[in-house]
Every structure is written in C-alpha cells, then in structure tokens.
Design a protein around this ligand. Structure first.
Ligand SMILES: [Zn+2]
Length: 189
C-alpha cells in the first residue's frame, strides 16, 4: 500500500483488493488494485475504496526552472518521437504540452534504431532543452529515460532486469530501452 497523497504512475500497485476495492482511475489485476492514470492516491477509508485523483487545475508554467517533465510517447518516427507532456516535475498540467524528442537526444550510446531507446506508449522522464513548442526534450542523464513501459506483444507492464533491458512477466518478451528511474523492478529470482 502507498501513502495517502502519493504520486503514482499508471500501472503502479496501490492496494490489495482485501484492503481497498478499485475506485476511480484504478483497475484490478490479480487481486491487486493498480492506478490507471497518473495522479495522487486517495484511500477512501469509509468506503474502503482506493482512488487516483488526477489533478487538473491549471498551473503557471515555469518551464525554464523545470528540471524534468513526464510524458507519454504518442508517435514514433524513424528519427524522432512526439511526447504528450502531462506533468512538470510533480505538478500536473492540463491540457498537456507537446514535446519533441530527436533520436540523438535519447542516449549517449549509439542507437541503431529509435525503438532501442523508446517505444510507443512509454512513459518517460525527460529534461526540456529550451522553451518552445513543441518542447525539445532530452533523455540524456542518469535518471532520465523510460519510467514505465508495456510489453509490445501482450501489453503487460514490463519489469526492469538490468540497466537497459525490460522483461515481460507474462510472455517472457525482452525489450531494450533507455531507462530512467524505472518504476517496476525485479523482485526475487
Ligand atoms: Zn508480454
């Protein structure tokens, strides 16, 4: 279980079904309740329901001071990707801002193809390079990169196995990414 008001990503476990049932912006998965949207955890103690509150109040954007942003990869081309940015550091923004990621800004290592670094639907933590729209982004940096990804075969949340690989716990598929502070790490064997 998480703390009341904790910031979570889609797919993160927030409760087990015996403690709290699945409420707003959550779903059930093998007896666990997971967040289906980016937001803050709210445990409704009276109704024993766990909810995710997507904060939508507009905020004054101060992108110049932003060290990092979070977004979802919405389009992948041969040498660039489009990102829908929905939070600046830990503050939600609505509507989202469009970001732009060039293949040269994904990793310090050479990438044969862009999909060795990111894939469609990935949630990334990125740093803005300058202030323009679309917002140019970089994933170069220790904590920057993909923070949550789904298996491209079966859609299950992938688990981090080493510095640049993810494994699907459902079908065993292994995929490469430029990983940031990845949310789901390997536990046990
Ligand atoms: Zn899979």
């Amino acid at each position: 279980m998480r703390g009341q008001g904790d910031f979570v990503y889609p797919g993160e476990e927030i409760a087990v079904i015996e403690e709290f049932s699945a409420g707003e912006n959550t779903y059930e998965d093998n007896g666990q309740v997971r967040a289906s949207s980016l937001g803050k955890v709210f445990y409704d103690m009276i109704n024993r329901r766990s909810n995710i509150l997507s904060v939508k109040r507009p905020i004054l954007l101060n992108l110049k001071k932003a060290k990092y942003v979070y977004g979802t990869v919405t389009l992948v081309k041969e040498d660039s990707a489009t990102v829908s940015i929905n939070s600046i550091e830990e503050r939600f923004i609505s509507p989202s801002i469009t970001g732009y990621l060039h293949i040269s800004q994904i990793s310090n290592k050479y990438l044969e193809k862009i999909t060795d670094g990111i894939k469609l639907g990935d949630i990334i933590k990125a740093r803005p390079l300058s202030i323009s729209i679309p917002l140019p982004l970089t994933l170069k940096g220790k904590d920057l990169g993909v923070v949550l990804a789904q298996c491209s075969i079966c859609g299950t949340l992938m688990i981090k196995t080493d510095e640049e690989h993810l494994k699907c716990p459902n079908c065993g598929n292994i995929e490469k990414r430029k990983l940031g502070n990845y949310a789901v790490k390997k536990v046990g064997n």
